[in-house]
Design a protein around this ligand. Structure first.
Ligand code: UGA
Length: 429
């Protein structure tokens, strides 16, 4: 099949590379000139495990190419896949301007039957609206086909998805889209467009609710002297609950969960329904960051003039993405309280630098970040932090040798035996 993928972010680029690898002829559109240049040289502008190899393979085979605008004319039997971003507007609503722009362009460019697949995350109801506004009486068949890829595991998730969701007004069209994934073994759900869109948002809403739930229980554990590690294990073994997404800590960040939670909340309110559970979930997530700073303040007897090492800026390990990362809010709160802040992250320093106050020191590794520190706050659970030489770190720190393990990732007993004052999130002391 001929496929045109519009947008080369982590979803678009993953889709383009994997579809080319499956033998389709894929043209991927990226309008950012510097990114386009890199892509054509076989260099991925995003950090994604396995992408470089697939990218080079695709270019070498001639199956994959990158251009800056829609090919003209678009060949017959082409499938168009939209993977542009839908960031948050200040109101919390999803910004669909890129989607509208692409829709307007396609409406004028297409003369014969063609399938248009929406992979971008768009609020329930968007597809039907787009069809009414742009594609009625055109030969375009619109399909909602949301993705469930995780950053840094996008390729693995592409080939081993928990499900494939296809929302279409016509079953024959849905079947054609299903063929795109013939190399993938996964349950397929075929439904209508709005239900497919809702599945995407409901999945993310459920996952963030699970995270905020376990964080609330962790906070409760602190007041009851219970241990969240045991509690999470104890409830996760119930197959109706499941063990995943029960890691208590500083809460969720990233380019998807926060904006999708806000967008669903907004879309529901716009239709007259108040998603109260989701609102509280968002509030708990924000509170979790603030609580961590309060904890540090209390344990240090104030933050002014205190030397604090902040470890981890990325919203999760193995990525350089700092979008909506708890690290940024926490760094600001500490800075405002007068703490002297040194930060370190294996890959996200460059991205974080413009977002942090100029007084923040960017260290070159975990050891230089922690010299003279009164306290460490671990924000991202990178393996290199977990396996650091904590004995050496302890020796070069100052009283009270405090570690606030914001991800419950470090070996509490070992650190306490080394003389650290260890505090986790809901971990019994
Ligand atoms: C998330 C979803 O996992 C994907 O299924 C979805 O496709 C994607 O959003 C999207 O909508 O595009 P991602 O943002 O890459 O993927 O991140 P996750 O690995 O799911 O983690 C998100 C955040 O939740 C991280 O900040 C992580 O630290 C936090 N988290 C996760 C917890 O605090 N506790 C947990 O138990 C799990």
């Amino acid at each position: 099949m001929n496929i045109v993928v519009i947008g080369a972010g982590y979803v678009g680029l993953t889709a383009a590379c994997c579809l080319a690898n499956a033998g389709h002829r894929v043209t991927c559109i990226e309008n950012n000139e510097s990114k386009l240049k890199l892509l054509n040289q076989g260099i991925s502008p995003i950090q994604e495990k396995g992408i470089d190899q697939l990218l080079k393979q695709g270019l070498a085979s001639g199956k994959l190419s990158f251009v800056s605008s829609l090919p003209k004319p678009i060949e017959t039997d082409t499938v168009i896949m939209i993977t542009v971003g839908t960031p948050s507007l200040p109101s919390g609503a999803a910004d669909l301007s890129s989607i509208y722009q692409v829709a307007a362009e396609l409406k004028n460019a297409i003369q014969y039957p063609l399938i248009l697949i929406m992979k971008s995350t768009v609020p329930p109801g968007t597809g039907v609206k787009l069809v009414q506004r742009y594609f009625e009486n055109t030969p375009i068949s619109y399909v909602a086909n949301p993705e469930f890829l995780r950053e840094e595991r996008a390729i693995e998730d592409w080939y081993h998805p928990s499900r494939i969701v296809i929302g279409a007004a016509d079953n024959k069209i849905a079947e054609k889209v299903r063929q795109l994934y013939s190399d993938i073994d996964a349950p397929v759900i075929i439904t209508d467009i709005t239900s497919a869109e809702t599945i995407k948002y409901a999945a993310n809403a459920f996952l963030v609710t699970k995270i905020s739930f376990i964080n609330e229980i962790a906070n409760l554990c602190e007041t009851m002297s219970a241990n969240i590690d045991d509690v999470a294990k104890g409830i996760g073994l119930d197959t109706r609950i499941g063990p995943d997404f029960l890691r208590a800590g500083l809460g969720y960040g990233g380019s998807c969960f926060p904006k999708d939670a806000r967008a669903l909340d907004f879309a529901a309110l716009n239709k007259g329904y108040d998603l109260r559970l989701l609102k509280v979930t968002i509030e708990v997530n924000t509170k979790q960051r603030i609580l961590a700073v309060h904890k540090l303040k209390q344990l240090l007897g104030g933050l002014a003039g205190k030397e604090i090492a902040l470890l981890g800026l990325a919203f999760k390990p193995d990525t350089d993405d700092i979008r909506e990362s708890p690290s940024i809010d926490i760094a600001y709160l500490l800075y405002e309280e007068g703490a002297k802040l040194r930060v370190y992250d294996p890959t996200a320093m460059q991205n974080a630098r413009p977002l942090l106050p100029s007084e923040v020191t960017f260290a070159t590794d975990i050891y230089s970040a922690t010299v003279g520190a009164n306290a460490i706050i671990l924000v991202t659970e990178w393996q290199e932090f977990i396996h650091a030489d904590w004995q050496t770190i302890k020796k070069q720190m100052n009283q009270p040798y405090l570690i606030l393990d914001g991800r419950n990732a470090l070996a509490q007993d070992k650190l306490m035996a080394l003389g650290f004052k260890y505090v986790g999130v809901g971990r019994r002391l």
